[in-house]
Design a binder for this molecule. Sequence first.
Ligand code: TYM
Length: 344
Amino acid sequence: MSEGVQTPSAFTPRVFSGIQPSGNLHLGNYLGALKRFADSQDSGIQSIFCMVDMHAITVWQDPTDLRRATRELAAGFIASGVDPERSILFNQSQVSSHAELAWIFNCVARMGWMKRMTQWKDKAGKNQENASLGLFAYPALMAADILVYHATHVPVGEDQKQHLELTRDIAIKFNNDFGVEFFPVPEPVIEGSATRVMSLRDGAKKMSKSDASDASRINLTDDADTIARKIRKAKTDPEALPSEVKGLEDRPEARNLVNIYAALNDQSVDQVLADVGGRQFSEFKPMLADLAVAQLSPITVEMARLMGDVSEIDRILARGAERAREITGPIMKQTYEIVGMVRG
Ligand code: TYM
């Protein structure tokens, strides 16, 4: 091991997570990520949240749309309760250590690991030859996002589990290759009843910003009427709601609406079913619509207010990036030393 490099065996707990600014921020992002980020601030653990604009460009983004989506996402974080003073909030491209560490991880990770990623297979589709090299290497950048802060806990939705496993593999291989205990092996935090919010039109598909049908998702920019209409039209089955969880087996659409209700109301699925078991969807849907509007409308209104002053948003992100660089600078310096790069 190189001289002067510390090898901490225990790491101070630190939370890191990121969201792509690729438009259509939706209820899945809110319940699976944003709401939980806001809650995690109360744990007393330092939290770092990032708008991953460099991940977004792994598929084509119109530059004007990207700028707007980045600011809108920042507004979404703040409106959801992420406090840019208590947490560190910034966009990825302003902290160049992410890209620097990603390059080193490109040289640690193996092609075979990347080829197994389901997101790569889904997004590249049949035409892999024509997908960007960035899309293929995406998980190495994600590992760098997390590990450049020595983050130990990563709150995400279920769909990011495989990427987190790869992050752990990269940390372990780097440490083994160089004979150090430099990077922590971070824990995914996938908790609560809404780690996988499904489409409102098809209970077998996850709610996604890229679904062609706008009715499949509730966007954080939807007004109260639109939210209520989308819930009223959500696909369901003709049965009444059961009073126990096992009664939701093989009923993906019913399960999804109950999960959403539970997450919005900070209840367990058992508690919700104890209250609503036996009711028809004609009764439950208006309850869910009222709850969703009550919880989401203030966020929508606050996002719109914040978007009225983009220079303030830009100032918040620049300040967050400055605080982020204070953490990544020393970690990158040590990383270069471990790898054997000469630094003047
Ligand atoms: P992204 O931008 O697709 O999604 C952001 C967060 O929202 C969660 N999510 C959902 N949760 C529940 N139900 C859904 N239908 C749903 N859809 C999305 C995601 O799990 C995620 O937590 N690769 C990441 C971004 C990223 C990142 C990171 C995350 C880049 N670097 C480092 C954590 C740490 C992504 O594309 O998320």
